[in-house]
Design a binder for this molecule. Structure first.
Ligand code: HEC
Ligand code: HEC
Ligand code: HEC
Ligand code: HEC
Ligand code: HEC
Ligand code: HEC
Length: 394
């Protein structure tokens, strides 16, 4: 970390100081000076009187103290929050130095500049993060930009992969696990593989769907952050005629005439209600790109008897296995028995039901959609989830 002070006459002095202080900070970074500890403590707890006394008796060491505090604040390895705190403390120290001892003006200017620069950087960072967060606001939309540098160089935006657009024509089993492992960033998707007809290129080859070789089509995938991406976040903007055409082409169905009020039904969170679409026969996706494939369905239900105050949870093997292959869940997410540990904390970390719910399927906020069965009431024919057997007492 290099500090540059503008006044040229102070250069020799400053360089010396930088050297000294970098030795100082590398050797005794962990235990800061007694002055700094006391100053920061007073600063944090608003001990104005104690601070005044401390400053009054420390005039001769304060320039060095301010300098070393700035250097520590600009260390690459600390968090932005810590940096801003240290810079604020340094600023207070420099003001005190100026007020009681008449020095420290150049420090104040320097620190103000650093703080301003950090705030600008932070604003840019937050905007950058929020931009991509925003592009993932529609459930199941994934921003893909693992090749950030190459994309920037080619002047291309990151890709949005919209699960929902594809789900209209394709069951999960079409892609998982034959084309893609059901895990983000695990498939190492590249332009080369796509153009060779793998990954997205299995379909995006100019025959089943637009290809990845035509200049005009690049931006249909490389679209994140562009105004045109808006329609990938809004089920109301679909072109029913186009969906129906593609459906016909791939062997699926889209019966827009059955849509309630002509709109794709959404839940109270604004996400597509796929079960209603299915029940009303509005769509019929294909199950596989392979001819003669037949989805294996397990026609039973599992009742999770809740240990919580909430209602019990009914899991339908039938519903789930009608779109998802057994091997997408077993054994990767659940052992195929009734003894898995299923807990909300795990779900919130993306395990158990949280492997899909909250990422691609309806969110956790919708408690009642899972906790839907009255306590104490048996569900006919349902298996009971019994959890892990307790360890036997010796
Ligand atoms: C047209 C292909 C396609 C279809 C159909 C599809 N997916 Fe995906 N899925 C993907 C891709 C691509 C990824 C991201 C892979 C990567 O980043 O390496 C993915 C990732 C996932 C992930 C991982 C999420 C994470 O945070 O790790 C889950 C879960 C998932 N899909 C569930 C589903 C479910 C459930 C369905 C059916 C309702 C489905 N997918 C249908 C292509 C598809
Ligand atoms: C199983 C086939 C299949 C796979 C695999 C697939 N897609 Fe698609 N995708 C389609 C079809 C079909 C369309 C509709 C094309 C159209 O509207 O002309 C489509 C549409 C899209 C759209 C919407 C474009 C628009 O303008 O509306 C995007 C974006 C997209 N795909 C990205 C991807 C990406 C990225 C991947 C790989 C991570 C991928 N797709 C994998 C079949 C597939
Ligand atoms: C069907 C969607 C799709 C289309 C169409 C498409 N790409 Fe991509 N492209 C991707 C995906 C997905 C990635 C991987 C994104 C990531 O994680 O970095 C990618 C990555 C890239 C990369 C990064 C380098 C690399 O090796 O992966 C470049 C460069 C690129 N694409 C160029 C193009 C150009 C040029 C076109 C048009 C001629 C195009 N792409 C069309 C989906 C697409
Ligand atoms: C995708 C389905 C699903 C959703 C949505 C869901 N839960 Fe659960 N929850 C379960 C399952 C399965 C269990 C395990 C059985 C049990 O102990 O209740 C569970 C267990 C619990 C438990 C028991 C303690 C624990 O951590 O396992 C509590 C409390 C709970 N859920 C609260 C909630 C609340 C509050 C919401 C809404 C914010 C919610 N759940 C949404 C499926 C879900
Ligand atoms: C969406 C994920 C998912 C899919 C897909 C799925 N299962 Fe399961 N399976 C579960 C869950 C959850 C349990 C219950 C776990 C527990 O209670 O500990 C379970 C339990 C089981 C069990 C023990 C209970 C029983 O039903 O006898 C078997 C066997 C089983 N699965 C087989 C299958 C087969 C075969 C398929 C494909 C036809 C399949 N599963 C598809 C999630 C899934
Ligand atoms: C591999 C992905 C995946 C996993 C794991 C998964 N689900 Fe689902 N679930 C889906 C999909 C896809 C749907 C269809 C609706 C949607 O996407 O919003 C669905 C629908 C549901 C529904 C509504 C349909 C119905 O049966 O009434 C419930 C309730 C549900 N899941 C509960 C659970 C519970 C509880 C677990 C964990 C024990 C779980 N799911 C695990 C993908 C998954």
């Amino acid at each position: 970390m290099h500090m540059r002070f503008s006044a040229p006459t102070k250069c020799a002095f400053s360089c010396c100081l930088v050297l000294l202080i970098s030795i100082f900070t590398t050797t005794c970074n962990a235990d800061e000076s007694e002055f700094r500890t006391n100053f920061i403590n007073n600063y944090k707890t608003f001990q104005f009187k104690a601070q005044e006394n401390l400053i009054l008796k420390s005039g001769d060491i304060m320039a060095d103290e301010i300098f070393s505090l700035i250097i520590d604040a600009m260390d690459d390895d600390i968090s932005i929050g810590r940096r801003m705190f240290l810079l604020d403390a340094a600023s207070a120290m420099a003001s005190g130095y100026q007020h009681y001892h008449g020095g420290g003006k150049k420090f104040i200017r320097k620190i103000d500049k650093l703080i301003k620069k950090e705030l600008e950087k932070e604003a840019a960072r937050t905007a950058e993060l929020m931009k991509w967060k925003k592009e993932e606001r529609f459930l199941g939309n994934f921003v893909m930009k693992t090749h950030e540098a190459e994309l920037e160089e080619a002047g291309l935006a990151p890709v949005i992969y919209p699960h929902w657009v594809h789900r209209i024509w394709y069951d999960c089993s079409v892609c998982h696990q034959d084309i893609f492992i059901m895990k983000r960033w695990r498939n190492e998707i590249t332009k080369e593989k796509i153009q060779a007809g793998e990954q997205c290129g299995v379909c995006h080859n100019g025959t089943i769907a637009f290809g990845a070789n035509n200049k005009e089509d690049c931006d249909r995938c490389h679209i994140a952050g562009k105004p045109e991406a808006e329609r990938l976040h809004n089920a109301d903007q679909v072109d029913n005629k186009h969906i129906a055409e593609i459906a016909k082409q791939v062997g699926a169905e889209w019966n827009a005439d059955k849509l309630p009020d002509g709109r794709i039904p959404v839940d109270e969170y604004g996400f597509i209600d796929w079960l209603t679409l299915k029940e009303k026969g509005i769509f019929k996706p294909i199950e596989s790109l392979k001819e003669g494939y037949k989805q294996e369905i397990r026609d039973n239900q599992i009742l999770f008897v809740s240990k919580s105050k909430l209602e019990n949870v009914l899991f339908s093997h039938n519903v789930h296995s009608s779109w998802i292959k057994c091997k997408s869940c077993h054994p990767a997410i659940f052992a195929d028995n009734l003894k898995n540990k299923v807990k909300m904390v795990r779900m919130s970390k993306g395990e158990n039901c949280g492997y899909c719910h909250g990422k691609v399927s309806f969110t956790f906020a919708d408690c009642k959609r899972c906790h839907s069965q009255k306590k104490g009431v048996e569900v006919e024919g349902a298996l009971a989830h019994i959890g892990q057997p307790r360890k036997k007492k010796k």
